[in-house]
Design a protein around this ligand. Structure first.
Ligand SMILES: N[C@@H](CCC(=O)N[C@@H](CS)C(=O)NCC(=O)O)C(=O)O
Length: 232
């Protein structure tokens, strides 16, 4: 798909979800350690959980589990017993959960100061989230051959950004683990990004394996393909 189409369809995907995950709100206690999530980008259940993480300004270690990928699916089965996504691990409270509704409620209960908002509950987010995946032609669904990095990468992003979505889809299909720093509008972590990278712009990628630091989604996509795709 041409880049202009990629961006347009990614923007439509965000619109279908009403821009959910573009702004933080209702923050509660902050976790000492990042949470961990097993998910894949096009899964509408996973999308709900990622929107909650973005709204609640929570950093999270992502273990991408695209279909036909084994790198982290096997790890999840060993850990929890079945391939179902999303799966959340909270090392701060010793909790581990399947079921997107339970995960969203859990996050708002422990890391928000309000109940989960209505747009993350019921059938509507699944309908609009599935439509968003269709508009994206199921990008971020199927694993592509790749080399595993020694260390997880780090991505500064927020859920509703059309540019960030393209990068998350690529990290997903290449099964590249990464620390996701959610920096939606209103996030305190934006100041950290400014200090670290010199400007507030997402997506921003750091790869400790190669010492690479990159803004610009097109450059990041090219870098990930050239560095980690097995066919490169
Ligand atoms: N009720 C579950 C449903 C989750 C679900 O069905 N997830 C799908 C992906 S969208 C899944 O895990 N499929 C198995 C697979 O991809 O192998 C929830 O809300 O979390």
């Amino acid at each position: 798909m041409r880049r202009s189409l990629q961006l347009a369809s990614s923007a439509v995907a965000s619109l279908l979800r009403g821009g959910s995950g573009s702004r933080v709100g209702g923050l509660g206690e902050r976790p000492a350690q990042p949470l961990l999530v097993y998910d894949f980008e096009s899964c509408p259940f996973c999308r709900k959980a990622r929107e909650a993480l973005s709204i609640l300004d929570l950093p999270v270690e992502v273990r991408p589990c695209p279909k036909r990928g084994r790198r982290f699916r096997d790890e999840l089965v060993e850990r929890a017993g079945k391939e179902q996504f999303p799966y959340l691990v909270d090392p701060n409270r010793g909790e581990e959960l399947y079921e997107s509704d339970d995960i969203v409620d859990y996050l708002f209960t422990h890391y928000g100061n309000r109940a989960a908002p209505g747009h993350l509950k019921g059938p509507l987010p699944l309908l609009t989230g599935s439509l968003a995946s269709l508009v994206r032609m199921q990008a971020g669904t199927f694993a592509e051959p790749s080399h595993a990095p020694a260390e997880p990468l780090a991505l500064w992003s927020f859920e509703a950004s059309p540019f960030c979505r393209l990068v998350r889809e690529k990290l997903c299909v290449l099964e590249l683990p990464y620390r996701l720093h959610n920096v939606a509008k209103g996030s305190d972590a934006r100041e950290d990004l400014l200090e670290r990278a010199g400007k507030i712009q997402v997506p921003y990628l750091e790869d400790p394996n190669t010492g690479t630091h990159l803004f610009e989604s097109a450059d990041i996509l090219r870098y990930l393909q050239d560095t980690y795709a097995a066919t490169a």
